[in-house]
Design a protein around this ligand. Structure first.
Ligand code: NAD
Length: 357
């Protein structure tokens, strides 16, 4: 008989969520607004997706009482204040966010202030739609809050709405999603269910992203990627993140780097750093990518044409000492102790885009 071990104890706080997944799921927006007890929605988007937001509002008719298309990366507080004014001027009673993490962040920022119910139509793989976390910026400073009011009430995943996500963004956004799941398998407060979701999320994205690169209009690949993104986002919203997210947040904030690209570049290196300390937890991921998780993720990212080196993002090598200092300051819990010299070497590898050994 195979030997079995005692299941480690755990505490699992599940985020309440209503998820509608599938082709055509976005046709249900009006019914979802109504089931929340609402009837006057402010539709949100970035300027880039303004036409999607306008089209949705036109389809919704009187349920859409306004459209605000100025959502921006990192949720600047002055944009939120303008959106709050639009919400009040339209006498809205809920928000509908159509887009990626930037638009979703704006909807969350409104809900954090006035508890407006949120319907989110997620069109990237970043995962913000299923987390109770809001990062916002004011005077160049990004702060993060976690609160039940921030978690969107309804999330709609309609693969058709992701067909227009440019290939390069699909790749980096998909790797960003994978990074949530990679950190979830070794999270301090992981549990058997979050680990299953994390591995399945990475598996789905591993299978889907090459298909998107080959044919961005492949509905099969798009739906598989979105399914994986949901799983990866769900674990991001449930368990704690570690070294990888700490490095990406501090580098992103200090050097004003693009969010998804930074995650994409750093992931193989942070995974390689933690692999010796979380061998068992990471084994199912190693099995998905080959003999070494860091090298396997690096090969995978390269095969997709992802950015591979921090220097491509205009980080300079003279910045690396400072980057090490801020990445190691007030560290998040991490399975492997944070060793400054090893983090400096990790950043050097990521700067040059070298394959981690
Ligand atoms: P994004 O929302 O900034 O989108 C990038 C651009 O792509 C935007 O112009 C957007 O309108 C456009 N776009 C999005 N989907 C599209 C589609 N299907 N077709 C065509 N264009 C599309 O990018 P993101 O990576 O999703 O979000 C990044 C932001 O989200 C960052 O500010 C990050 O901090 C935040 N974030 C927050 C959490 C959280 O839990 N709080 C999680 C992940 C990311």
């Amino acid at each position: 008989m195979r030997s079995i071990a005692v299941v480690s104890g755990f505490t699992y706080n599940v985020n309440p969520a209503r998820i509608l997944f599938g082709l055509g799921a976005s046709a249900n927006v009006a019914a979802e607004v109504s089931s929340l007890g609402c009837s006057r929605a402010l539709v949100l988007s970035t300027p880039f997706q303004a036409s999607d937001a306008e089209r949705l509002a036109a389809n919704l008719g009187p349920v859409a009482v306004g459209v605000f298309t100025q959502a921006a990366m990192h949720t600047p507080v002055d944009v939120t204040e303008n959106a709050m004014a639009a919400f009040e001027a339209a006498n809205a009673d809920c928000v509908i966010a159509v887009g990626g993490g930037s638009t979703i962040g704006l909807g969350k920022a409104i809900a954090y202030r006035n508890d407006a119910p949120q319907v989110v139509i997620a069109t990237t793989y970043a995962g913000s739609e299923v987390t109770p976390i809001l990062g916002q910026t004011e005077n160049g400073l990004k702060t993060t809050v976690r609160h039940a009011k921030i978690l969107p009430e309804v999330v709609i995943y309609d693969p058709e709405l992701t067909l227009g996500l440019p290939v390069a963004m699909s790749v980096t956004s998909g790797l960003n999603a994978m990074a949530h799941a990679v950190e979830a398998v070794y999270a301090e407060n992981r549990n058997p269910v979050t680990s299953l979701m994390a591995v399945e999320g990475v598996r789905a994205l591993r299978d889907a992203l090459p298909g998107i690169v080959e044919n961005p209009e492949s509905i099969e690949a798009r739906s598989e990627a979105l399914y994986g993104a949901w799983l990866c986002g769900a674990v991001l919203g449930t368990v704690g993140m570690a070294l990888h997210h700490k490095i990406c947040h501090t580098l992103g904030g200090t050097f004003d780097l693009p969010h998804a690209d930074t995650h994409a570049i750093m992931l193989p290196h942070s995974a390689a750093y933690n692999a010796p300390a979380a061998k068992g937890e990471m084994q199912p991921l190693t099995d998905l990518f080959g003999s070494s998780i860091g090298g396997g993720l690096w090969d995978f990212a390269k095969s997709l044409g992802a950015p591979m080196a921090l220097r491509e993002l205009n980080v300079r090598d003279v910045d690396l000492d400072h980057a090490t200092e801020i990445a190691t300051r007030n560290p998040y819990w991490n399975p492997r102790p944070i060793e400054s010299q090893a983090i400096r070497e990790l950043l050097q590898q990521a700067f040059e885009g070298r394959r981690p050994e």
